[in-house]
Design a protein around this ligand. Structure first.
Ligand code: ASP
Length: 593
């Protein structure tokens, strides 16, 4: 028998009444009431009420009087029916009248109260994460994370995937982010890169004949952080041979449903819609749309071509677009101040030049730009947008990127702030057929939108090989979206060396660069590469989306702040000159005085 406990603290029920039990845990609260002392004793499974009887020995009373919150204690006593039952906790029918008590360890006064209700500053929670984890809500998140991992591993194993681990100290992987570098002591002047993903290795595993691979892998990307992104993150990485897009998506959909049910307790009774990238952009202004609500973008470009409003016709006739969204029922709520704030928002974050609006009222339309349109044009605007009396139409005209960015963000803002999203609902979606290339204005060259190993759609191959309209070339790629979060993405890969070569060329890589960066990889493709494809989930973001948390930090046991700092360990920290010397490094950093 365990000397510390016969039961966990979430376990005792009415059936246990009369039994003698031993319990251990943390003192959550202690209350003195008319000669009786009550202690709520907590462990990871729950809370049990402990009662110190009036006739306790003096020694016991003395011990109790010194006990404070978060002391670790062990008690023995008898389970009795509780006089006033507490239906909020599982053990609420009973209490334990103790006959002995032992303090296993004391605790100093804590920096914050261990309670889900306490409103604690996040930085303090991160500094004392081990105390934060004692809170039932955080403990629940940790447990959900575990449930998720177990359910992933079960699913993958059942579907005959083999788990293979790949190196952390490795070479750069082209996922488009900045690398974390690790200097090599044994190879002076040389660096390892931490993996941005196991992409190259998993493709090599396919050449190695593994056929179905998975791994729950740590990945590292030195990017600016956001509420749904951390420097190091977990990927569920997978790859399969002899498959098409549909095969990969079928496995992944099954997995997403299984894990969702395990974590949330809800079933997913629908097949995921597959939406082409261009459709997602033009309808929702986003490649990861939250399709739990409408407010879709409407294209007014053709109406504007001959209109009298030069700002719009000019853009419509020179390759730009004019799009609108409707804020339902907001004609009276959206004052000039609110509209001004919305305009500032799209100007600041998306580089829009202005935001036009039209209010539809009982008396007709009300808008500073109404005078520029004929009656027919206005009627067309109303018809295309579907705006009704009481609605506000918001219009952006610019390059597609600015219009989609701005209206896509306004759409989400309305969804959240005007209560248009049913927060209890969930919607999975596939976004497919992403373009291969993205023009980088800064670098004046094409960059791979996904990574350079993504295969090209058969229909677009001719265009690609001709070097024609490169930004229209589409790939066999797919992202999986949950409630507007991109939780995973992947593609069918290029397995033909000739095509791979052209992609590298289009990306502006010279022979020497290809050899230096991916020599080993290109070499491997000489020896019989099977057709293959795969996908990776961002495990943390996936869990965050399932649990509907606002911050990815809530589902990661030990996260860093937005500045990439671990407040608990105080990493990143300083290093000694000797350590740098050993690595043949010198720091050019000068502390500002
Ligand atoms: N390696 C890719 C990523 O990290 C996923 C994939 O293509 O399988 O986004």
């Amino acid at each position: 028998m365990n000397i510390y406990r016969t039961h966990k603290l979430g376990e005792l029920r009415a059936e246990n009444i009369g039994e003698t039990v031993t319990l251990s845990g943390w003192v959550a609260t202690k209350r003195d009431l008319g000669g009786l002392t009550f202690i709520d004793l907590r462990d990871r499974e729950g809370v049990t009420q402990i009662v110190v009887p009036q006739d306790a020995t003096e020694e016991m009373k003395e011990t109790i009087s010194k006990i404070r919150s978060e002391y670790v204690i062990k008690v023995t006593g008898e389970v009795k029916e509780r006089f006033s039952k507490n239906d909020k906790i599982a053990t609420g029918d009973v209490e334990v009248f103790i006959t002995s008590i032992e303090v296993l360890n004391k605790a100093e006064i804590l920096p914050f109260e261990i309670s889900d209700d306490a409103n604690v500053n996040e930085n303090l929670r991160l500094k004392y994460r081990y105390l934060d984890i004692r809170r039932p809500a955080m403990m629940n998140n940790i447990r959900k994370r575990h449930d998720m991992m177990m359910s992933i591993r079960n699913y993958m194993d059942t579907n005959t995937f083999i788990e293979v681990d790949t190196p952390i100290l490795t070479k750069s992987t082209p996922e488009g982010a900045r690398d974390f570098l690790v200097p090599s002591r044994m190879n002076e002047g040389k660096f390892y890169a931490l993996p941005q993903s196991p992409q190259l290795f998993k493709q090599l595993l396919m050449i190695g004949g593994v056929e179905k691979y998975f791994q729950i892998a740590k990945c590292f990307r030195d990017e600016d952080l956001r509420s749904d992104r951390q420097l190091e993150f977990l990927q569920l990485d997978m790859e399969m041979s002899f498959v098409t897009m549909d095969d990969v998506m079928e496995y992944v959909e099954g997995l997403a449903k299984t894990v969702f049910t395990k974590v949330t307790g809800n079933q997913v009774n629908y097949s995921f819609e597959k939406m082409p990238y261009y459709e997602a952009m033009s309808r929702f202004g986003s490649d990861k749309p939250d399709v739990r609500f409408g407010v879709e973008l409407k294209d007014l470009t053709s109406i504007m071509k001959d209109c009298g409003f030069k700002a719009f016709s000019g853009i419509a006739n020179s390759g730009g677009i004019v799009n609108a969204i409707v804020a339902p029922g907001q004609a009276t709520n959206f004052s000039r101040k609110v509209l001004g704030d919305l305009e500032t928002y799209v100007k600041t974050y998306f580089g829009a030049k202005g935001l036009a609006w039209i209010k539809v009222t009982e008396e007709g339309v009300n808008s500073p730009i109404a005078k520029f349109f004929s009656e027919e044009e206005m009627a067309e605007i109303l018809e295309t947008t579907g705006a009704k009396v009481g609605d506000v139409i918001l219009i952006l005209a610019d390059k597609a990127k600015v219009v989609y960015g701005g209206l896509g963000a306004l759409r989400l803002k309305f969804g959240n702030e005007l209560g248009l999203i049913n927060k209890d609902s969930h919607k999975f979606l596939w976004v497919v057929d992403f373009p291969m290339f993205e023009w980088s204005e800064e670098e004046k060259r094409y960059k791979a939108q996904h990574h350079p190993f993504t295969s090209i759609k058969e229909e677009d191959m001719e265009m690609f090989l001709a070097g024609d309209q490169m930004d229209k070339v589409r790939t066999n790629s797919y992202d999986i979206i949950l409630n507007g979060f991109e939780i995973g993405g992947g593609s069918i890969r290029i397995h033909d060396r000739k095509v791979q070569k052209v992609v590298f060329e289009q990306l502006g890589l010279t022979e020497a660069e290809i050899k230096e960066k991916f020599g080993f990889f290109v070499e491997a493709f000489k020896y019989g590469a099977p057709p293959h494809g795969g996908l990776a989930f961002g495990v943390d973001r996936w869990l965050m989306a399932m649990l509907k948390k606002d911050s990815i930090r809530d589902v990661i046991p030990f996260p860093v702040t937005n500045k990439g700092q671990c407040l608990l360990t105080e990493a990143p920290g300083n290093v000694d000159i000797e350590q740098l010397e050993e690595l043949s490094l010198e720091s050019t950093f000068k502390e500002e005085k």
